[in-house]
Design a protein around this ligand. Structure first.
Ligand SMILES: Nc1ncnc2c1ncn2[C@@H]1O[C@H](COP(=O)(O)OP(=O)(O)OP(=O)(O)O)[C@@H](O)[C@H]1O
Ligand SMILES: [Mg+2]
Length: 641
């Protein structure tokens, strides 16, 4: 452990330790895969939420749908609290009956039997109430949770890519897991517990006064002591819980990162260092966890012992009252019982605060995402477009002319990535973008299908500004092979069909053939029915690309964008794909981005980009004739920067 420098230790704690439970914005959440034990209070020990009342109101609207069920739950809680108190109150006549001097043994046995029967019936009603309350409340809270989860998921689907650029996946995922869990915890149990706690407290105080007001006053005097001590321990343990959760987050974050980066760790032989660093974080967690668990754990016993004091106090004062006034033995028995019962709700209510804070902080983070601005809604004038190959669809039949007019764009305000781009693609043309890494090639394609909205200039399809085309309709008409391949868990067939859900099996095979994927798919153990796992981890990088091409090939979209579609494929296969692609590109406007210039030579137009600007434009022959950058690249005089 000594092998890690102090500087590194601090950096580890800082980088991983602050990333969980953040009710504080981006970059801090962790995925829910690794979840630590919860504190004895069930809460996650997080900070207070920022805006409690509006968060509570919003949560109430979710459970408000089940108004009648909630009303019924509260009636049941009331029932179980009343029967609980009433059941113990019955003890008074039962005991008084036993010690009464003026009754025969037979009468006493009869009365005892009646008393016990009444008591049992009361408790049975109580049990039924508790059962119903639990059962219905869980239904209500699950309904609310499902609705919140669905709303959140729907929202995440609608968020612009910009949101995903600025938030880590872990942060978004932790809202679905940790945050929603804490909300669930509160809805499932805490609400009814608080209600029942308050009722029990009020009921106990009333019954205490009914039983004996002098004793009741003595008991009430001890409340401040209970609250004071409880509050003190609570405060201490709360602060340790926050530290524990942060340390836990550090450990979890570190595990998560090292598991995903196993290959890199092995490549650079960092196993030993990784283990040392993990040990350090783990030790840190242990020391903080011990404190948190200790203070969390002594809360119960300390409060228990304090209630013993009030128990002893009430027994002493009650005993004196029995001897000096006409206070009965039955009354004394139930009173001492109440004095014990009395500290419980106080205790429980103070403990619930942590769960409530955690839940409200979680709910706030969930609502924060829900309040994010979604992709701008389509205007009411926005029109539908469709491909000529899909006669069933309505809307403007796209011929495939794409024009970019003076387009200027930057992801971050003030930092221009594309400057004054002008491109004119006639229907069916093949346009190629070449240029060095970071020149802005992918960015252009991101703008054509409105992943990002442009600030200046316009993009027109068949003369229609894409801002005036419904976003879903626009994207349906642009088939894309993204630079980053992504495959879903499912069969090869399903993955190809993702490009057009109504495609037949024959069309899937035809698309695979165009993409040169058919041969390797045939060799897979189950052919087209082979299940792909973890983003196609059981395939080679090139094979993954072929499937991505097949997915685009199956689409009937009149515009096709291929971003480095064949970068990981060997040159021979690439040649085959090109042949297939020629057939695919027929009657489609195609944008091709490639580093290998051999793939773009036959393009109708080659556009050379440099630092977001077009520096050359023309056919292969024209550009060679110009003898500029393209010529130099082609003859290998300069490498792509
Ligand atoms: N989501 C983003 N947020 C902010 N900046 C971005 C984002 N994506 C790309 N950039 C920046 O925009 C510039 C252009 O990126 P782009 O992905 O278009 O390059 P490219 O030409 O496709 O490069 P490559 O050949 O490596 O794929 C780069 O400087 C990059 O850092
Ligand atoms: Mg790119």
């Amino acid at each position: 452990m000594s092998r890690i420098s102090q500087e590194r230790k601090e950096s580890l704690l800082r980088r991983y330790g602050n990333r969980i439970n953040g009710a504080n914005g981006p970059g801090e959440g962790r995925p829910g895969g690794f979840r630590g034990p919860r504190g004895p209070r069930g809460g996650m020990g997080v900070g207070k939420p920022k805006n409690m009342s509006s968060t509570i109101n919003r949560l109430l609207t979710y459970i408000g749908r089940d108004k009648f069920k909630i009303l019924f739950v509260f009636i049941c809680v009331l029932g179980s609290s009343v029967t609980n108190l009433g059941g113990s109150y019955i003890l008074r006549p039962i005991i008084n009956n036993l010690v009464a001097a003026d009754r025969t043994v037979e009468e006493k046995i009869n009365n005892l039997a009646i008393g016990i029967l009444i008591m049992i019936s009361i408790y049975i009603v109580g049990v039924i109430c508790s059962y119903l309350q639990q059962r219905i409340m869980i239904g209500v809270s699950q309904n609310a949770l499902i609705k919140i989860r669905e709303d959140l998921f729907r929202k995440v689907q609608k968020l612009p890519l910009k949101y995903h650029d600025t938030h880590t996946h872990g942060d978004i995922m932790s809202r679905f897991t940790n945050d929603l869990d804490s909300v669930g915890e509160m809805l499932n149990h805490t609400m009814t517990q608080i209600f029942s706690g308050i009722l029990t407290l009020i009921g106990t105080v009333i019954l205490m006064f009914i039983t004996n007001w002098i004793l009741a006053v003595v008991m009430i005097v001890t409340i401040p002591l209970l609250v004071q001590v409880g509050g003190m321990i609570g405060k201490l343990s709360r602060s340790y819980f926050v530290e524990q959760q942060q340390a836990l987050g550090a450990v979890n974050g570190y595990i998560e990162e090292t598991v995903t980066a196993q290959k890199v760790i092995k490549v650079f032989c960092h196993e030993e260092t990784t283990m040392d660093e993990f040990e350090f974080l783990s030790d840190d967690l242990r020391s903080k966890q011990m404190k948190a668990q200790f203070f969390g754990g002594i809360m119960g016993p300390v409060m228990g012992n304090l209630s013993q004091i009030s128990y002893a106090l009430s027994a002493t004062v009650g005993g004196i009252l029995c001897l000096t006034s006409n206070f009965d033995i039955g009354g004394l028995t139930i009173f001492t019982n109440y004095s014990r019962q009395f500290s419980r709700p106080v205790n429980e209510l103070s403990q619930q605060m942590n769960t409530i804070y955690a839940a409200l902080a979680g709910a706030e983070r969930v609502f924060d995402v829900m309040d994010e601005r979604p992709e701008k809604a389509d205007t009411s004038e926005a029109i539908e477009i469709c491909s000529e190959a899909e006669p069933v669809r309505r809307g403007h039949k796209v011929k495939g002319e794409v024009i970019l007019k003076n387009v200027t764009f930057g992801y971050i305000p003030g930092k221009t990535v594309l400057k004054n781009i002008n491109v004119e693609a006639k229907p069916g043309q093949k346009i190629a973008f070449v240029g060095s890494t970071g020149a802005g090639k992918t960015t252009i394609t991101n703008l054509i299908n409105r992943f990002y909205e442009i600030e200046e200039g316009e993009i027109l399809i068949d003369g229609i500004n894409i801002k005036n085309i419904r976003r879903d309709s626009l994207r349906r008409n642009i088939a894309m092979v993204l630079q980053d391949t992504h495959l879903f868990s499912g069969t090869v067939r399903e993955n190809i069909r993702y490009g057009r859900l109504d495609a037949t099996d024959e069309e899937v095979v035809a698309a695979a053939k165009i993409a040169c994927a058919h041969t390797f798919i045939e060799r897979l153990p189950e052919g087209y029915d082979t299940i792909l796992e973890g983003d196609g981890a059981n395939l080679s990088q090139g094979e993954r690309q072929l499937l991505n091409i097949a997915r685009a090939a199956i689409s009937k979209a009149p515009i096709l964008i291929l971003d480095e579609a064949t970068s990981s494929v060997d040159t021979r296969t690439e040649k085959y794909i090109e042949r297939g692609m020629d057939q695919l590109m027929k009657n489609r406007t195609t944008f091709v981005i490639a580093h290998r210039l051999s793939t773009v030579r036959n393009a109708d137009q080659i556009i050379v980009l440099e630092h977001g600007e077009i520096i050359e434009q023309g056919t292969h022959e024209e550009l060679l004739e110009q003898g500029g950058r393209y010529y130099q690249l082609y003859i290998g005089a300069v490498e792509l920067e």
